[in-house]
Design a protein around this ligand. Sequence first.
Ligand SMILES: [Zn+2]
Length: 84
Amino acid sequence: MKVKLSCDEATAICSKNQYGEASIADKFRMVFHVLFCAVCRLYSKQNTIITKCMPSVNKDVVVKKALKIEEKEEMEIKIKEMVE
Ligand SMILES: [Zn+2]
């Protein structure tokens, strides 16, 4: 089984997951990717993954990064724009 995903692949699996189409292996790889991929913790696209699929991880990431309130608000706006 291919464990390492590209950021795009992780995003694709998240989309599948929203429609209940992701396999257990897909979900595992997605979680693994987001936990270990620093890039995915920086981009709003991947923040969407985290928010949709792993709310507890997202909270943890926000705390670790110690985002300013304005940055958090900006991120929330970006995420909302992407979700809508
Ligand atoms: Zn990534």
